[in-house]
Design a binder for this molecule. Structure first.
Ligand code: TXA
Ligand code: MG
Length: 336
């Protein structure tokens, strides 16, 4: 692992790494973040792997200014007021994804909303500009650990899992950004931070409540968040496909058959998707939410999902699949 003082040359090198699918730890005014190109699903998958996150919590997308945010999410008057007052700065807004938003589905964990933030720290701003793409970045610590406020914390926590650490001294705020959910009728703070409920209430002329749930506890960030759940029932560890079911495959489909007879290759194209033909867990993670959505269609009786190995990123993939399967009616979970 390499630590470099955030000189213009180092920032340029970091930008190149990001465009090549690499991971860079960057200073922001709140805490150090572990950044990847937010358009690149495989790179985003590497973030979860590097952090050893057992599940896919949605990530914050860092952009240079309001207009870049407006290209990704639906901005209303309320969002504009908040942006005018608090951006650049330690505040994240949750807003509906635009229909043409090309940020990886893995970044927002399949949710219809996206978290966006314009950081104030000069190095993160220079890096976003040099990379020329929005940067997905959670705090740069391994899962369950404390958020890093100095380069050495990142090195200790993530070690070889990060390609380059841009060092720029201790973080100014030292606490993660305020997360403000503006996707619903009421403005709600999901995570308290340097921008307070009082300030936001005054600005928006409405009482902004804090509803942090379990996510307020550092050990379980985001665990109580709403999760993407398909309307179509999900059947896990499938070893064959029933009539009317769609197939979400992983690896070779050679031994998968349709229960009433025939090979799965006979399924119509829109009823069969493969998370990764080669069994690559990064690719599977990157495709997971997009493919689940694709198969979540009225014509499908259920989505039969092949087993995913419970190793590395597979743990997080299986966590989300289990959540997606919860509440699926009358589905017999066929364990192998
Ligand atoms: O200060 C910060 O926000 C730092 C720096 C690096 O920018 N980043 C950070 O990211 O703390 P992370 O991933 O550790 O926390 C992101 C928080 C989580 O609590 C997550 O659940 C929430 O934002 N979040 C992200 N997208 C969301 C969404 N679409 N809906 C609801 N909550 C979301
Ligand atoms: Mg964190």
């Amino acid at each position: 692992m390499r630590i470099k003082t955030a000189t213009p040359e180092a920032i340029q090198e970091a930008a190149t790494l990001l465009n090549d699918g690499g991971l860079v730890a960057m200073p922001t005014e709140t805490v150090y973040g572990l950044a990847a190109n937010a358009f690149d699903g495989k790179a985003v998958a590497r973030i979860f792997e590097a952090k050893g996150r057992p599940s896919f919590n949605p990530l914050i997308v860092h952009v240079f200014d309001v207009s870049e945010a407006q290209a990704l999410v639906e901005f209303d008057d309320r969002a504009m007021m908040v942006a005018d007052k608090f951006w650049p700065g330690p505040l994240t807004m949750i807003l509906p994804r635009r229909g043409d938003c090309e940020i990886s589905e893995l970044v927002s964990a399949g949710l219809p909303t996206l978290a966006v933030r314009v950081p104030r720290h000069k190095v993160s701003r220079d890096l976003i500009q040099a990379a020329g793409v929005p940067l997905a970045a959670p705090s740069a610590n391994s899962s369950g650990g404390l958020s890093p406020t100095a380069p050495i914390h990142v090195a200790d926590s993530l070690g070889e899992n990060v390609d380059l650490i841009l060092a720029a001294g201790p973080s100014e705020v030292g606490l993660e950004s305020t997360v403000l959910d503006l996707s619903g009728e009421r403005a709600v703070i999901l995570r308290p931070g340097a921008v307070t409920a009082e300030e936001l209430s005054e600005l928006l002329d409405e009482e902004v409540l804090v509803d942090a749930g379990e996510s307020a506890k550092p050990k379980s960030p985001g665990m109580l968040l709403k999760h993407y759940a398909p309307d179509t029932p999900v059947r896990l560890n499938a070893i064959d496909v029933e009539d009317g079911e769609a197939l979400l495959a992983f690896g070779s489909e050679k031994f998968m058959s349709i229960r009433s007879g025939g090979a799965v290759s006979e399924l119509p194209d829109n009823m069969r998707m493969n998370l990764s033909v080669n069994g690559d867990l990064h690719e599977a993670a990157a495709n997971l939410f997009a493919y689940l959505k694709e198969l979540d269609q009225p014509g499908c009786k259920a989505i039969a999902v092949m087993a995913i190995p419970e190793t590395g990123l597979g743990v997080a993939i299986n966590d989300r699949l289990k959540r997606a399967a919860q509440g699926s009616p009358d589905i017999q979970m066929k364990a192998k």
